[in-house]
Write a protein that binds this ligand. Structure first.
Ligand SMILES: Cc1cc2nc3c(=O)[nH]c(=O)nc-3n(C[C@H](O)[C@H](O)[C@H](O)COP(=O)(O)OP(=O)(O)OC[C@H]3O[C@@H](n4cnc5c(N)ncnc54)[C@H](O)[C@@H]3O)c2cc1C
Length: 594
């Protein structure tokens, strides 16, 4: 085997999105920390988050963190762990102020406070009406969070390894010793030897054909953990966001509906009035996505096509405000300022101007509710007894703590990143102070290097982009907004065939070392295939409908049998499921009414 460079740190954090940077900032206060990222840090997907970060500041009307907690639990269809939700919603408030003090340029109210807007599922618990809870910087909130945190990390001397692709976790029994990475520019392998490892690698929307997710969101961290004996939790729950640009999947933020935008079907009807009479277009995402799907299925798309309209033209919005006795009015200038990115997306990708024309939209695969199981300090858990694996941490979209349960509310991911990024960073920093560096096992990189050689030298004629496309089509058609046993069995059959092809017949064109994206993307497809299969296996087993998991053949939620989290383990080329109870608290499960 070729020479492998070794670096030593107390802790390595894989991923430089909001979760990784927040963890790095806090861990670096008490430990020597490296952040490894396959992308240049500020290109992480957190930078694409538009609409806002949820916190019950109460700046624009009464609000309480307990209301936020109730909405989160209700939105989760009662699958979220309520102890973790309390931490999320309580600490959201101080964390948003902390971001403000770091210099994040939030939009302001006329009194100079952080401005807040409405978002789906966030309510005044007494009236059931929408409450403005999403703090935002125009519709570039994630971009601002990422820039702010990156600057803070640089200021605090965090060491960055940009464009290094982590491909393995070094685990020896129940200890971690570091990770293996490929330096993208040279193709060389590096070992990062450490006391602790933290995964903050983001989601895996690229399992589906129509997705809001960036090209790089291939679930590497979750797949690496799965391969190293760590289960994945609640993988059957993947959120479809209701408003992706038709065919392209590019996200139109929920902030558009928060500012008054409404959904119209081919008959010009505001159909959400039928599905969620109180909160209408601002019902939680699973509810709105299913409503759109049903409208399309009934032939009520625009001109019979597979999309509906999202209308934010001032004349439409003001008409509905007037109808509802809402004193708000919007103007063209207001939209251009508050939803600048959205207006730009319409002009760039559709050639339409959202202030003059409605936007064609369809549901788009958006967010992984499930992932690497953790406790509220980001410690990764190994089994249904919640046994932690010392030194291994995860936070952000790749993790499942679980605060989103079966369906995440808008704005709750950004707050999850900073709250649990911070907590895991603090815990990991302390852990490093109390722990000795354990020796590296011999030839720690050999196994994954051999796998890369296999991919590089394969000659079976099957291209990884073909496998990727077939997987995406199968997942979209069969493990999408609505699911049935038959559909999911079809998906599993196709996925197993694709996995066989991946193992036996893969062939890449670029045999070189430097910037070999062909090779690295082929390896990423391996991750996506495994995560797709785990998703389908867990979804097939869950014979109920809950949150983002909607089954035509089991349309009701079944608390008696299914108020529990799934854990999926990889064992001998197949997957085993186990279950653990949901942590309940103040809120007992009841029917969701919007
Ligand atoms: C278009 C869009 C809009 C959104 N809007 C909102 C919103 O308004 N509010 C909200 O709350 N949520 C929103 N979300 C969701 C939210 O943005 C994401 O869930 C969140 O940003 C994920 O952050 P993260 O830190 O977990 O990972 P990411 O920001 O995705 O970062 C992942 C990091 O991991 C690194 N990485 C991955 N694999 C490897 C590897 N193998 N080796 C090395 N590095 C690796 C990447 O380089 C990157 O730095 C939105 C999502 C999208 C896609």
């Amino acid at each position: 085997m070729a020479e492998v460079k070794t670096h030593t740190f107390d802790a390595v954090i894989v991923g430089a999105g909001g979760a990784g940077l927040m963890a790095a900032l806090y861990a670096s206060k008490s430990a020597n920390v490296a952040v490894i990222s396959k992308l240049y840090p500020t290109r992480s997907h957190t930078g694409a988050a538009l609409g806002g970060i949820g916190a019950a500041l109460g700046n624009v009307g009464e609000d309480h963190w307990e209301w936020h907690a109730y909405d989160t639990v209700k939105g989760s269809d009662y699958l979220a762990d309520q102890d973790a939700v309390d931490v999320l919603c309580r600490e959201a408030v101080e964390t948003v102020y902390e971001l403000e003090h770091m210099g994040l340029p939030f939009d302001r109210t006329s009194e100079g406070r952080i401005s807040q807007r409405r978002f789906g599922g966030h309510t005044n618990n007494e009236t059931g009406k929408p409450v403005p809870r999403a703090c935002h910087a125009a519709d570039r909130t994630g971009h601002m969070i990422l820039q702010t945190l990156y600057q803070q990390c640089i200021k605090n001397n965090v060491t960055f390894f940009d464009e290094y692709h982590v491909v393995d976790l070094i685990r020896v029994e129940n200890t971690v010793r570091g990770v293996v990475a490929v330096q993208i520019s040279t193709g060389e392998f590096h070992i990062f030897h450490s006391k602790a490892v933290h995964f903050a690698t983001g989601g895996w929307g690229k399992c589906w054909e129509v997705t809001s997710n960036a090209h790089s969101l291939t679930g590497d961290g979750a797949a690496i953990c799965l391969r190293r004996g760590i289960p994945l939790e609640d993988m059957e729950f993947f959120q479809f966001h209701p408003t992706g640009i038709f065919k392209l999947g590019i996200l139109i933020t929920e902030g558009v509906r928060g500012e008054g935008g409404i959904l119209l079907n081919g008959q010009g009807e505001r159909f959400m009035e039928r599905y969620a009479p109180t909160i209408k277009d601002l019902a939680s995402r699973d509810v709105v996505s299913r409503a759109i799907f049903l409208e399309l299925q009934a032939g009520r798309g625009i001109n019979g096509k597979n999309y509906v309209h999202l209308d934010v033209r001032p004349e439409t919005v003001n008409y509905y405000f007037e109808q509802a006795g809402d004193s708000r009015r919007i103007t063209k200038e207001f939209i251009e300022e508050k939803l600048a990115e959205t207006v730009d997306l319409g002009r760039t990708y559709l050639g339409i101007d959202p202030v003059h024309e409605p936007i064609p939209i369809q549901p788009t695969a958006h967010y992984a509710m499930g992932g690497i199981p953790t406790d509220v300090d980001g410690r990764v858990l190994l089994d249904v007894q919640n046994t932690p694996l010392p030194g291994l941490y995860a936070a952000g979209e790749c993790a499942c703590v679980s605060v989103h349960g079966a369906n995440r509310l808008g704005t709750n991911s950004l707050v999850d990143l900073v709250v649990f990024g911070r907590r895991s960073g603090v815990h990991m920093g302390q852990y490093c102070q109390e722990t000795e560096l354990l020796p590296l096992p011999e030839n720690a990189a050999d196994e994954v290097m051999a796998e890369f050689e296999r991919i590089r030298n394969g000659s079976g004629g099957v291209k990884s982009h073909d496998l990727r496309r077939r997987m995406q089509v199968a997942m979209m058609a069969n493990v999408g907004v609505f699911r049935t046993e038959e559909l999911m069995k079809n998906a599993l059959e196709e996925l197993r065939q694709l996995r066989l092809d991946y193992g036996r017949n893969l062939q890449i064109d670029d045999k070189g070392k430097q910037f070999n994206s062909d090779l690295l993307e082929a390896w990423e497809v391996g991750c996506l295939l495994e995560l797709s299969e785990v998703t389908a296996v867990a979804a097939l087993a869950r014979t109920e409908s809950r949150g983002g998991h909607a089954r035509d053949d089991f349309p009701k939620r079944d608390d008696e049998n299914w108020l529990k989290h799934s854990l999926c383990f990889a064992e001998d080329e197949s997957y085993r499921l186990d279950y653990k109870p949901v942590v309940l608290g103040r809120y007992q499960p009841k029917e969701r009414v919007y």
